[in-house]
Design a protein around this ligand. Structure first.
Ligand SMILES: Nc1ncnc2c1ncn2[C@@H]1O[C@H](COP(=O)(O)OP(=O)(O)OP(=O)(O)O)[C@@H](O)[C@H]1O
Ligand SMILES: [Mg+2]
Length: 318
């Protein structure tokens, strides 16, 4: 896997400093991800503390952009200086692939944690960014729902497993599979915020209704109340009349949940994932990357900005 490199301009932008300050701290032609992370520590350029914030990208409907958005969102948060853990919950292992890895290369997944009581630290992997770690997934995860079925406290396994490590991260991002089962129930119980990618079509409405009913029964039956639900329209193409009508309908039905930023249709997403790269690595100037950046800013402003401070703990396996 080729090493990451940032130009001086990109590095200064990521750190939020001018070119002179960058050269004063470290003068190079290109900067590695480790250089950027070291410079953050040296110059104390951490973003405001917000975490640990656990956010689940979920829609029971398939192919709405959960993986494309969650992986690029997690990647970008890490580039912005947050400590991030991306948890791949899907036995398709797409989030793992989007980071450039093959799920089958990892002998242990969350199955070992949730069902066989392995500590989560055994399955946390490093990525190419020093402050982004991930839990990989592969086909073995397809048995997790069945394996959890007879277990006591089966809805709380993921929430409990994370307790040991969550203080080490600002964000824990879950990429959910498009299914309705115990694993996703575990993810809902572990999450504080729900991010629901939807397509601007009328079929998506039905899926949203089911999702909101599930969230409501979660509150009533299991006493878990989510802090935020964000609906984000993905793959939007304003030249389609039907897409514009669907967006209007979403605005009418879910005004308090719908984020103003839509993610435009962008073929670079498909190309990026086939190359095993998040969109910010593949093409940081693409429409998709620009839209995810605004999405992050809108979510950060809704969850409220914490106070500026030095992070006391490093990511778990750093
Ligand atoms: N904004 C976009 N513009 C164009 N194509 C997109 C966009 N977002 C996602 N895609 C493409 O749509 C397909 C489905 O996206 P993705 O895999 O992210 O969805 P998903 O909800 O995770 O799917 P699944 O339910 O199978 O997990 C992929 O081929 C992806 O490249
Ligand atoms: Mg997916």
């Amino acid at each position: 896997m080729e090493a990451l490199s940032y130009t001086p301009k990109e590095t200064a932008e990521l750190l939020g400093i001018g070119p002179k300050a960058l050269v004063g701290a470290l003068k190079k032609d290109t900067y590695s991800a480790e250089d950027v992370w070291d410079l953050r520590a040296k110059l104390n350029l951490y973003p405001p503390q917000v975490g640990p914030r656990k956010q689940l990208f979920l829609n029971f409907k398939g192919g709405t952009g959960k993986t494309s958005l969650s992986t690029s969102y997690a990647w970008r948060l890490a580039e912005m200086g947050y400590g991030v853990l991306l948890v791949d919950l899907d036995s398709q292992g797409h989030a793992t692939k989007c980071l450039g890895y093959e799920g089958e290369d990892f002998p242990k997944t969350l199955l070992d944690v949730l069902v066989k009581k392995a500590p989560i630290t055994q399955v946390i992997q490093k990525s190419r960014l020093p402050n982004l770690e991930f839990v990989p997934s592969n086909l073995s995860m397809s048995t997790v729902d069945l394996a959890l079925m007879p277990m006591a406290g089966r809805e709380f396994k993921l929430r409990n497993a994370l307790k040991d490590v969550e203080a080490h991260y600002d964000f824990i991002i879950f990429d959910a599979p498009p299914s309705f089962g115990l694993l996703n129930l575990n993810a809902l119980m572990a999450a504080q915020d729900l991010v629901v990618p939807v397509l601007a079509d009328f079929l998506s409405f039905h899926g949203l209704k089911l999702l909101f009913e599930t969230v409501q029964s979660l509150e009533e039956d299991l006493g878990h109340v989510l802090d935020h639900v964000f609906i984000v329209v993905n793959a939007f193409n304003a030249t389609f009349k039907l897409a514009k009508e669907a967006l209007e309908a979403l605005k009418q039905h879910y005004p308090e949940f719908l984020l103003p930023q839509v993610i435009r249709q962008c073929t670079r997403f498909a190309q990026a994932s086939s190359e095993g790269q998040p969109i910010f690595l593949f093409d940081r100037d693409s429409k998709g990357a620009q839209d995810v950046q605004v999405l992050i800013e809108q979510v950060l402003s809704r969850i409220g900005e914490g106070k500026q401070g030095v992070r006391k703990v490093e990511p778990k396996s750093a």
